[in-house]
Design a protein around this ligand. Structure first.
Ligand code: OMP
Length: 273
C-alpha cells in the first residue's frame, strides 16, 4: 500500500485508529474455546465489528507464535481474511525483527511476500545493513522502534550518544538509508511530550503510536504534538478495545470502544482543518 492510499483512507474514515490483535487465549470469551480455531474466530469477530472505525490492524506476532503451528495458522487466516475482505486496511506485523542483512531479507520475505503484510516493526539496534533489506520492498513499510512506550525505554533510548539521545540518532541516521521513504517510526503514547522534538527530525514520516488505553497514554497529547499535515499518526490500542467484554458480546463492546476513539479522532481532524 502507498502512503498516499493510507492518508486518503484516514480522511475517508475520519480515523487514524489501529486496532491491536494481541489475541490471548486466556482472555478471549470462553465460548470461543470450543471452536476449531479460537484465535481466528475471535479476530474475525473483532474485524467484522470494527473495520469501519479503524484504518489499520496490528497482530502482535508473539501471541500467535506462542501457540506454535496452530498460532501461525491463525495468523495466516487473519491476514488473508483482512486482505481479501478489507484490502484498503493497512496491516502491521508487529514482529520487532532485525538481524544481519542475509537474515533480515528472509524476515522481510516472510512478512511482506509470504504473509502479504503492508508493514513490519523492526528493532534498529543492528543498524543500516539489518534495516535496508526491509526497505528494498516497494510499497511496503518498515516501522522502526524509535522511542518505545515502556519504562525500559529510559535504559538506552534516551541516553546520550555524543550530542544527542540514542532515539534521536536512530531517527536522524535512518533517514540516510537507501529507500528511507519506506520508513515509519514507533513512538509510545506515554512519551507524547517528546513528539515536538521528534517532529523536528522527521516532520513527514508516519508514526505508529501504541500506548493509549491500557498503558495510559493520552490521545489528545499525541495529536497535539505529533500530528503533521498528512495526519502522520497511526494510534494503536489493543487490550483497551479487544477485551472490552469477556462474554458473547465482546465484538459489540469492542466496536463501542473503537467508536469512542474514532469520534475523538474525528473531532481532532475537524479542528485541524
Ligand atoms: O511496536 C509496538 O507496537 C509497540 C511498541 C511500544 O513501544 N509499545 C507497545 O506497547 N507496542 C505494542 O503495542 C501493543 C500495545 O498494547 P496495549 O497496551 O494492550 O494497547 C502491544 O502489542 C505492544 O507490543
Amino acid at each position: 500500500m502507498t502512503t498516499e492510499d493510507l492518508v486518503a483512507h484516514i480522511h475517508r474514515k475520519q480515523s487514524f485508529l489501529c486496532i491491536g490483535l494481541d489475541t490471548d487465549l486466556e482472555k478471549i470469551p470462553q465460548h470461543l474455546l470450543e471452536e476449531e480455531d479460537p484465535i481466528f474466530e475471535f479476530n474475525k469477530g473483532i474485524i467484522d465489528a470494527t473495520h469501519h472505525l479503524c484504518v489499520a490492524y496490528k497482530p502482535n506476532i508473539a501471541f500467535y507464535e506462542a501457540h506454535g503451528v496452530k498460532g501461525w495458522k491463525a495468523l495466516e487466516k487473519t491476514i488473508h481474511y483482512l486482505n481479501k475482505n478489507h484490502p484498503e486496511i493497512f496491516t502491521i506485523a508487529d514482529a520487532k525483527r532485525g538481524d544481519i542483512g542475509n537474515t533480515s531479507t528472509r524476515y522481510a520475505k516472510a512478512f511482506f511476500e509470504n504473509l502479504q503484510f503492508d508493514s513490519i516493526t523492526v528493532a534498529p539496534y543492528m543498524g543500516k545493513d539489518s534495516i535496508e533489506p526491509f526497505l528494498a520492498f516497494k510499497d511496503k513499510h518498515t516501522i522502526l522502534l524509535a522511542l518505545t512506550s515502556n519504562q525500559g525505554a529510559y535504559d538506552f533510548q534516551t541516553q546520550k550518544t555524543g550530542e544527542e539521545e540514542l532515539y534521536m540518532k536512530v531517527l536522524r541516521t535512518s533517514k540516510t538509508y537507501k529507500n528511507a521513504e519506506n520508513l515509519m517510526y514507533v513512538v509510545g503514547a506515554t512519551k507524547a511530550s517528546f513528539l515536538t522534538g521528534i517532529r523536528r527530525v522527521v516532520p513527514n514520516s508516519f508514526l505508529l503510536v501504541p500506548g493509549v488505553g491500557a498503558q495510559g497514554g493520552s490521545l489528545q497529547e499525541v495529536c497535539k504534538y505529533g500530528m503533521n499535515k498528512d495526519v502522520g499518526l497511526l494510534v494503536n490500542s489493543s487490550r483497551g478495545i479487544i477485551y472490552a467484554s469477556h462474554t458473547t458480546d465482546y465484538a459489540i463492546a469492542a466496536a463501542e470502544k473503537a467508536g469512542l476513539i474514532q469520534q475523538q479522532m474525528q473531532e481532532v481532524l475537524l479542528k485541524s482543518k
